[in-house]
Design a protein around this ligand. Structure first.
Ligand code: XIL
Length: 352
C-alpha cells in the first residue's frame, strides 16, 4: 500500500514534470541508506545525551551508521577522572546502544595531548612511575572494552604540521619514543583489537603526512604493532583535492587500514557571520564530499576501514562551539536531522 502510494506520487510528479519539461528530483523516500551502497563501513561520532534524549538523532544513529565512535566519552578526562577511578557510565551508554544495533565500535582515544585530567597533570614521579600510570590507563580501558571495541585510536595528534613531534605531557614524561610504548601496551592488553594512529591535516601538511608514514616504517622495522592510520579529514569547501588524494593514497601505500575518522566539510571556513548557505556553497560542499568518498573507494578494498563523520547533523557539529558560530553547516544531515540534498547527491555519486 505504502509502495503503491509512492509510485503514484512519482507518476503524478513525472507527468507534471514532463508537462513543464523540468527534471524530477526524487523525494528522499525513494533512496535507501548511503550505507547500503558503500562497500565499507559508514560511521559517526556520537554523544550519549543526544542518543538518549533526541528521537530524530537516535533514528539516524540506529539506521544510517554501521560504525560508531564516542565523540568525547572515551577520552582520558571523561573515562579516567581520578587516578584510581574510571567512569564508564557515559561511554557504556554508547557501547550498549551500538551493540544492540550490531554496529562496529571504534575507540577514541587512549592518548591525546588534550583532555588530560588534572590528576595526571599534577602527577609527580620518575619516568618509571609515569610509564606505570600511562600503561595502567591504556590497559585498563582496552581490557574493559575487550570484545566490544573493535579498534582504538591509540595515539591522537602527536605531530606538528611541520612533521616534528608535538610537545606534550606524554613526550615530556615518557620520552620521544612514547608512541611505540603506548602501542605495545595496547597490544598486550588485547591481541585482537586493531590499533590506529590518528591525526588531522595530512591533506594540507605534507611534512606531517610524511612523519606519519615514517612512523609506520619505523614501527614495522621494530615490530611495534600498528594496524591502521586515521585521517581525521576536517576539511572545507576550499580544501585542495590533490592534497586529499595524496593523504589517502600515501596512507594506503603503507599497506595498513585507512580510516577517514572525523570527516566534515566546513562551508564557512573564514567564519563570516553574514555567511549564507546558498546553492553555490552547497554545490562546492557536495563536490568535496563526493571527491573524498570516491578517492577513498579507489584504495584497495581490504584497506577501506571506513568513513566516519564527526557528529551527525548541523546542530550537533563540534565546529559551531569550536569556531563560536552558528553559521556553519558541515554535515550530511540538517539542523532537524533530515537528509540534505548533498546526502542524496553523494548516494547517487558513489554508485557510479
Ligand atoms: C572534539 C569534540 O568534538 C568536542 O566536543 C570537544 O570539545 C573537543 O574535541 N580532533 C579529535 C576529536 O580527535 O577528538 C575532537 O573532538 C575534534 C578534533
Amino acid at each position: 500500500m505504502k509502495h503503491s502510494l509512492v509510485f503514484l506520487f512519482l507518476f503524478v510528479c513525472s507527468c507534471k514534470a514532463q508537462d513543464k519539461g523540468t527534471i524530477i528530483v526524487p523525494p528522499s523516500q525513494t533512496i535507501s541508506y548511503l550505507k547500503d551502497v558503500l562497500k565499507f563501513k559508514f560511521g559517526a561520532s556520537v554523544n550519549p545525551t543526544l542518543l538518549t534524549g533526541n528521537i530524530a538523532y537516535r533514528n539516524l544513529f540506529d539506521n544510517e551508521f554501521q560504525s560508531v565512535t564516542a565523540e568525547n566519552m572515551m577520552k582520558m578526562g571523561q573515562i579516567h577522572p581520578e587516578k584510581d577511578r574510571f567512569d564508564w557510565i557515559k561511554a557504556d551508554i554508547i557501547v550498549d546502544a551500538a551493540q544492540k544495533n550490531k554496529q562496529r565500535i571504534h575507540g577514541h582515544t587512549l592518548i591525546w595531548h588534550s583532555n588530560i585530567p588534572t590528576w595526571l597533570v599534577n602527577f609527580q614521579g620518575d619516568q618509571k612511575s609515569w610509564e606505570t600510570v600511562i600503561k595502567t590507563h591504556i590497559q585498563t580501558v582496552v581490557q574493559y572494552y575487550k570484545g566490544k571495541v573493535d579498534s582504538w585510536d591509540v595515539v591522537n595528534e602527536a605531530f606538528n604540521d611541520n612533521g616534528t613531534l608535538r610537545s606534550s605531557l606524554f613526550k615530556e614524561k615518557l620520552g620521544d619514543d612514547y608512541l611505540a610504548k603506548c602501542f605495545t601496551w595496547a597490544r598486550e592488553a588485547d591481541p585482537n583489537v586493531l590499533l590506529f594512529y590518528n591525526d588531522y591535516g595530512q591533506e594540507y601538511a605534507p611534512a606531517k603526512l610524511q612523519a606519519i608514514l615514517n612512523l609506520v616504517v619505523d614501527f614495522k622495522k621494530r615490530n611495534i604493532p600498528i594496524d591502521g592510520i586515521g585521517l581525521q579529514m576536517h576539511i572545507n569547501i576550499n580544501s585542495s583535492e590533490t592534497g586529499i588524494a595524496s593523504a589517502i593514497q600515501k596512507s594506503a601505500e603503507t599497506g595498513l587500514l585507512v580510516h577517514l575518522s572525523e570527516l566534515d566539510v566546513a562551508v564557512n571556513p573564514s567564519v563570516n557571520e553574514n555567511f549564507v548557505y546558498d546553492d553555490q556553497a552547497k554545490l562546492k560542499q557536495s563536490n568535496k564530499f563526493i571527491y573524498v568518498f570516491n578517492t577513498f573507494r579507489k584504495i584497495p578494498t581490504g584497506q577501506q576501514f571506513g568513513i566516519t563523520t564527526w557528529n551527525i547533523g548541523d546542530t550537533d557539529t563540534w565546529l559551531r562551539p569550536f569556531k563560536k558560530t552558528q553559521k556553519e553547516f558541515p554535515m550530511l544531515f540538517d539542523e532537524n536531522y533530515k537528509r540534505k540534498a548533498i546526502y542524496e547527491g553523494l548516494y547517487k555519486a558513489v554508485q557510479l
